[in-house]
Design a protein around this ligand. Structure first.
Ligand SMILES: C[S@@+](CC[C@H](N)C(=O)[O-])C[C@H]1O[C@@H](n2cnc3c(N)ncnc32)[C@H](O)[C@@H]1O
Length: 438
């Protein structure tokens, strides 16, 4: 178990950040580390595999590659799969499931291909132990991953179990929650962690994903601290060494070093975010408030970083001031309770004061959320850097802002850009020219 070949899949666009994260987690240059399309491969020990599962924020899972070979038809898949010593990995009393993905495979049915692999695994146990293990498609003890290219089959044992974006703390979520791994990718792309002391503010925080990920990074809380992993069901697993790894991670936890804020026009979402933060161990590190992003003033006096995944489609259209006149007036009442934020932090009262009713009335004359947001930021958030994730590639034009960076990221199947805008005092266009796509 000292030299496992691992593959950590991740969202497209995140590969280089994940490679960097693997270096940071394992300390130094891992053997054979390579960023590939859709993930990172490396050689690592069993203990390092556990550490990666515990500490990665960007990988979707960690797979151990156990076999690869040429195939032409389903029979080849059966033969290759039956040659793997599965009895090294799990017992026949345990349940398993076969997951299959393919790129350019000539096979007609991937379901049938998965069935052949399932039969091969079960038949191997039957030949050895006289019993076939059962399949459980919902909560299997063990997941086997098959990846087919045009003529190659790759077989892996999954060590993560539930996908790693499920950190175990987000039980409450809204209609369009951001995957934790994508929130972490936004933070990695922005370089926020390296900018010591820089405050972070998500003005459309929803269930709080960006703020909670950021607070865990700041407090050195490992993302996998509150969940279980697939490797705990595998035969090489030793509870004592896993406990040692977790204890070490616990000892690295620390108090917050910077301010993190989140607000949302929906008070229901703010409640969700608050409860999620409690479960994630960072309630003390974040200030959540209700309020319209078009009205909320900076939560602190020193310029920081805005990071937001704003409402972007019909299902998630902007509420608050921009939604007024679209039958969403009830949210405006909630917006004005923004004053509550100021009450909690008297020293920041000035910074948090909501705009006056008349100013708010003026704003509500227009319904274009993004141009209003840009005006609000230009006027009130000078010196801040704003990072906005959107599938709308024309967003900078609509905001009449010039982005200084644009990073391609994928939100599941949706191609997005993470735009960076530098809010400069007195400027109405932003300062820097757009750089090349990162
Ligand atoms: C795409 S969701 C954000 C999801 C969030 N990142 C999460 O992980 O749950 C957009 C959020 O914007 C909020 N929203 C809509 N209009 C708003 C406004 N004018 N001001 C502040 N928040 C608003 C919605 O309530 C929703 O929670």
């Amino acid at each position: 178990m000292n030299s496992l070949t691992l593959f950590c899949p991740c969202a497209a666009g995140v590969e280089s950040y994940l490679a960097q994260e693997c270096r940071a987690i394992l300390g130094g240059e891992p053997t054979a580390l390579a960023a590939q399309r859709g993930g990172v491969s490396l050689q690592a020990s069993w203990s390092e595999m556990m550490q990666l599962n515990l500490r990665t924020r960007l990988a979707q899972r960690v797979l151990i590659q156990v076999k690869s070979g040429f195939y032409r038809g389903e029979e080849d898949l059966y033969t290759l799969a039956k040659s793997v010593p599965w009895e090294m990995w799990f017992k026949h009393e345990q349940t398993f499931k076969v997951e299959i993905t393919a790129q350019y495979s000539p096979l007609k049915s991937l379901n049938f291909a998965a069935l052949k692999v399932k039969d091969a695994v079960a038949d191997r146990f039957r030949d050895l132990k006289g019993v076939r293990p059962s399949v459980d498609v919902k909560w299997p003890h063990v997941r086997i991953y098959v990846h087919l290219t045009q003529d190659q089959m790759l077989l892996s044992v999954d060590t993560s179990g539930e996908p790693l974006f499920k950190r175990g703390w987000r039980l409450d979520k809204g209609e369009a929650p951001l995957k934790e791994t994508l929130a972490a990718a936004m933070l990695a792309a922005s370089g926020w962690e390296a900018q010591s002391g820089l405050a972070l503010y998500d003005p459309c925080c929803g269930s709080g994903t960006i703020a909670i990920e950021a607070a865990q990074i700041d407090c050195h809380i490992a993302p996998g601290m509150f969940r279980q992993f697939g490797f705990e069901n595998l035969l090489p697993f030793q509870a004592s060494s896993w406990q040692t790894i977790k204890n070490r991670a616990r000892q690295e936890e620390r108090a917050p070093t910077r301010a993190i804020y989140g607000s949302d026009v929906s008070h229901r979402m703010v409640d969700f975010a608050q409860q999620n933060a409690v479960r994630a161990g960072v309630a003390h590190a974040i200030e959540f408030r209700g309020g319209d992003a078009l009205v909320r003033m900076p939560p602190c006096e020193t310029a920081g970083m805005l990071m937001v995944n704003p409402p972007y489609d019909e299902r998630m259209s902007a509420l608050g001031v921009a939604g007024a006149g679209k039958g969403l007036g009830r949210e405006r009442a909630q917006m004005n309770s923004a004053a509550a934020w100021a009450h909690k932090s008297p020293s920041r009262e000035h910074a948090h004061a909501p705009v006056s009713a008349s100013e708010s009335e003026n704003v509500s004359a227009s319904s274009d959320f993004f141009s209003l947001l840009a005006s609000h930021w230009k006027k009130n958030f000078s010196g801040w850097q704003a990072w906005v994730l959107t599938p709308n590639l024309k967003l900078p034009g609509q905001m009449r802002l010039k982005e200084s960076r644009r990073v391609p990221l994928w939100n599941g199947p949706i191609e997005c850009r993470l735009f960076k805008f530098d809010m400069v005092k007195g400027s109405h266009t932003g300062v820097k020219k757009a750089g090349p796509e990162a």
